[in-house]
Design a protein around this ligand. Sequence first.
Ligand code: FMN
Length: 311
Amino acid sequence: MSVNPVDTHDLRRAFGSFATGVTIVTTLDKQGEPCGFTANSFSSVSLDPPLVLVSVAKSAFGLSIFTESKSFAINILAENQRELSNRFASRGTDKFSGVGRQPGVTGAPLLDDVVAWFDCENYQQVEAGDHVILIGKVVNYSYNADSPLGFCRGAYVSFGLSPIMLELVTSSGHLQVGALIENEDKILLQVGPGGDLKIPIAPSVGDRGQPDSLLGLLDAAGIHVELPFLFAAYNGLDKRYIYYRGELLSIRDVIQTEQLHFYGYDEIPWSAILSETDKSMIKRFYKEREVDNFGVYIGDFEAGDIHPLPK
Ligand SMILES: Cc1cc2nc3c(=O)[nH]c(=O)nc-3n(C[C@H](O)[C@H](O)[C@H](O)COP(=O)(O)O)c2cc1C
């Protein structure tokens, strides 16, 4: 079956179902200046000879630098290197400023604190549609046991969160579960008794029949969601908080409750949101969507000011 005409936006979303790691591909230009970009199209190809590949968009600023270079390095990012990923996904020329690195045997920059790197000779190039596939022969490599950064459905994911989730769920202390839910560019906020606003939150995820649970609260307003993505997890003073990014499945035409309202970003009465953490999470949420709109490969998930959990 052929997909014609191709809805590239939709196809990109479908491709995004495949969870990947995140790499920064680096090389030196003819003047010896470092050049690099974020890529999740990395794949191992062959053990003997040792080959890897990455595809670079023909629209990339660095395309000719990479196709003309004799070598490149693949740096596989650690989960705390989201900022680096965002920096190298931009078109800036000064991406390497302040970034610790060593030259590999090929000369390509190997970035500090990555979970693995592969220093490669440029082995073969294959033109493929709007990308060029760079196939590299690995001449040197290194790896460690740190947790890698993941990427799926346009968002960074952290493999390291599983033990944290386990600790959250199994440890004593009150749990609060919240969700960031969007409908037609608007975000759902819960109205408190004094008119204050917060991200909808409840003591458990529960289910639709349980009024004091998150899904119950939403169900009462005719809002049916899935909670497929973890958005934040942190310890408060006396409670532990888990926030999901919700996917809206259906919504009744008229919201039946005074408790929940959708707000466009420009309409949010920020002074009514008493929690600084809620404010920063909403800002983060919108920032992520912004990249979704702009990026060819979508996603932006910054750590923000969420407190890290103890390991
Ligand atoms: C997670 C993620 C994965 C990406 N993967 C690729 C990729 O595999 N190939 C590619 O050409 N661009 C990819 N991009 C986009 C480039 O990083 C981005 O277009 C960058 O601006 C290219 O740099 P340049 O234009 O300065 O060469 C990705 C971006 C992100 C955030």
